[in-house]
Design a protein around this ligand. Structure first.
Ligand SMILES: [Zn+2]
Length: 213
């Protein structure tokens, strides 16, 4: 959607808003046409900009978990999202981006897990949803406090699979779920951990995505 909720076209790999070329079978932004991106596909429902950014911040920080079904519904309304979820198999995974144990303790809930469960229940996605398979192994500074150039290093190596079940993603498709995607550094770091564990495909669905910079 655009700033005030009108649908907009997004790159199918990184979810930046973009315009279609004349004969593109798959809509990709200019950067994704030039170089590989760490996700096989990415979907976003809202621009992370006024007025949506205020709503997302309240959802995230002010214990507004009652909004979850509505927000997950916005995600499911995006072209391709429902198909991407129902095409997953019963051995594939629907995984929320994890919080560190420290941050989960402060906040009391992981909003990405709330969205994951609602996406699954509203779509009848057959994949397994799990909030303890992908772990954040260390506490990192909030990406929003960092410069773009610092974000990659901040989250590098910050994700790992739960050791006793690390093989469970081998050969499987994984759909990550998160609330906000800015540079994408966290999602890409998580995707790297999943691919190292043998995941065949890693895609993502996010509630809100920043505009191109
Ligand atoms: Zn792109």
């Amino acid at each position: 959607m655009s700033r005030f909720g009108q649908p907009c076209q997004r790159c199918q790999r990184c979810a930046l808003s973009t315009v279609a070329g004349p004969d593109q079978a798959r809509l990709l932004c200019s950067r994704c046409r030039r170089e590989p991106f760490g996700l096989d596909a990415c979907f976003a429902a809202l621009p992370y900009a006024f007025p949506w950014s205020g709503l997302v911040a309240r959802y995230k920080f002010a214990d507004q978990t009652g909004w979850t079904p509505f927000l997950a519904g916005l995600m499911l309304a995006q072209p391709g999202v429902r198909d991407a979820l129902t095409e997953l198999g019963p051995h594939d995974w629907l995984l929320p981006m994890p919080l560190s144990a420290e941050r989960l303790g402060w906040r009391g809930y992981n909003q990405a897990w709330e969205l994951t469960r609602s996406l699954q229940s509203q779509s009848s996605c057959p994949a397994r949803a799990d909030s303890a398979l992908l772990l954040r192994t260390r506490h990192t500074r909030p990406q929003s406090e960092l410069k773009r150039s610092e974000r990659h290093d901040n989250v590098k190596g910050a994700f790992a699979l739960e050791p006793l079940r690390a093989t469970h993603v081998a050969g499987r498709r994984v759909m990550l779920v998160d609330d906000v995607m800015t540079s994408g550094a966290s999602l890409l770091a998580a995707a790297t951990a999943l691919r190292l564990a043998g995941a065949a495909q890693v895609s993502a669905i996010v509630l809100a995505r920043t505009a191109p910079t």
